[in-house]
Design a binder for this molecule. Structure first.
Ligand code: UD1
Length: 419
């Protein structure tokens, strides 16, 4: 298995271009199942999770072609089966996103239950209950969600917890349902809005996405279209923190600053100067040590759980004590244990981590445990004394495009070694 080797101690300088958002691309590719003509999706990031979603569509018989610029053309008219097998779903939970579209368009879906996940239980009960409220007949058999329906019917659905993929699954299903669906307590993430814009480009009638009440007037059919995915706010945030932790000064291009207010606000609290333009963000840490910040994760527009681990890394070398409270997922602190091995002073109490910044971390062999945890280990390694080796970096490749090339361009000493 490949490893990453990182020599710490260099303040990052330069520019980095952000890729399309993973968490918008995955639902958009799943939503292509709803169209009765070919769809072209551009600004698709070259990531393992995207490859998995393309493979999943391909297994069903959907024609998918990818050109050298990662423009993906999807034509669902060749579909043969409505099936998402365990072997793919277990590698990527977001495979559950095919459930709503398959059921709405073809009246049939057999999708493996995702099962456990490194960052907590992550159930899909809200997806299932919502589809049942729209008239689907669903039962769980041999580890599979077996869903059947004639035409789904619009319903008023109050989501028990704010769930991103749950909101997306129900929005996609409702797009082709008969009558009006109202989703209350909907997720407000920018990726939900991007999916709504994409569905509307295919002829759906969705309003209110970005707020907590989304109203969907079902239509009889959706047509093909061309669509460009929005930039990845978590990749953006990760590079911003990388600059801050190393005392550096970088410009992040091709991004959407308005999606990162909670993150840039915390970086300012940590002592960084932030400047923004229409599609770029600049962070300057003036070669100074960051100040510790307190973080509490919650659904958008609050501080994202997908940036929690990166700020934990920042706090490990900051001046002062920072408290991190994780409210979205249980068991999302595995990176803390690895960072301790690099000399971080971290106390864990349930969903709270109390981090006392140390003057310096020291390199150690560490292991990536999930996508964002891996990112935080890279950040810690960028400031650690000596050479850190990170194992199991396939987690990183699920969500960060060309990560070592991008960091190298910012001056970091990072390289991939085949294991
Ligand atoms: C999405 C993102 C992921 C991010 C997360 C939270 C994608 C592909 N992934 O994951 O990167 O970390 O949002 O911002 O977009 N829950 C239930 N029942 C359900 C569904 C969810 O109880 O049926 C709970 C979960 O256990 C969790 C919370 O709701 O505690 C939020 O999870 P959710 O928003 O669903 O996460 P994902 O959509 O899987």
């Amino acid at each position: 298995m490949d490893k990453l080797q990182i020599h710490g101690g260099i303040a990052l300088e330069g520019e980095v271009r952000i890729s399309g958002a993973k968490n918008a691309t995955l639902p958009i590719l799943a939503a292509c199942l709803l169209a009765d003509g070919p769809v072209i999706v551009s600004n698709v990031p070259h990531l393992q999770d995207v490859t998995t979603m393309i493979e999943l569509l391909g297994r069903m018989g959907v024609s998918v072609t990818v050109d050298e610029r990662m423009r993906v053309e999807v034509d669902a008219s060749t579909i043969r089966e409505y099936f998402a097998p365990y072997e793919l779903v277990k590698t990527m939970r977001a495979s559950i996103l095919v459930l709503g579209p398959l059921l709405a368009r073809f009246g049939e879906a057999d999708v493996s239950l995702p099962g456990g996940c490194a960052i907590g239980a992550r159930p899909v009960n809200i997806h299932v209950a919502g589809l049942q409220a729209m008239g689907a007949d669903i039962h769980i058999e041999n580890g599979y969600i077996k869903a059947r329906a004639s035409r789904l019917k619009g319903a008023r659905i109050v989501l028990e917890t704010v769930t991103v993929t749950g909101t997306e699954n129900l929005m996609m299903a409702a797009a082709l349902a008969e009558g009006q669906t109202v989703l209350e307590n909907a997720a407000r993430e920018p990726e939900v809005v991007d999916l709504a814009l994409f569905l509307n480009a295919m002829g759906a009638r969705i309003r209110g996405a970005g707020g907590d009440k989304i109203v969907i007037d079902g239509v009889e059919r959706l047509h093909g279209t061309a669509y460009e995915v929005l930039p990845d706010r978590i990749e953006t945030g990760t590079y911003l923190v990388a600059a801050a932790i190393t005392g550096g000064h970088i410009r992040v291009k091709n991004t959407r600053p308005e999606h990162l207010d909670a993150v840039t606000g915390k970086l300012q609290e940590a002592g960084a100067t932030i400047a923004t333009g229409e599609n770029w963000i600049e962070v300057d840490m003036h070669r100074r040590r960051p100040r510790a910040v307190d973080i509490r994760t919650a659904p958008y527009p609050a501080f994202p759980t997908d940036m929690q681990a990166q700020f934990a890394a920042l706090n490990t070398v900051a001046s002062g004590v920072g408290t991190i409270i994780e409210t979205v997922f249980e068991n999302r602190f595995m990176h803390m244990l690895e960072m301790r091995r690099m000399g971080a002073e971290i106390r864990l109490e349930g969903n709270t981590a109390i981090i006392k910044g140390v003057e310096r971390l020291t390199a150690a062999p560490v292991m990536a445990t999930d996508l964002r945890a891996s990112a935080s280990l890279i950040l810690a390694a960028l400031v650690a004394e000596g050479r850190t080796e990170i194992e199991r970096i396939y987690h990183i490749d699920r969500g960060y495009e060309a990560i070592e090339e991008k960091f190298q361009a910012l001056g970091a000493k990072i390289r991939r070694t085949p294991g």
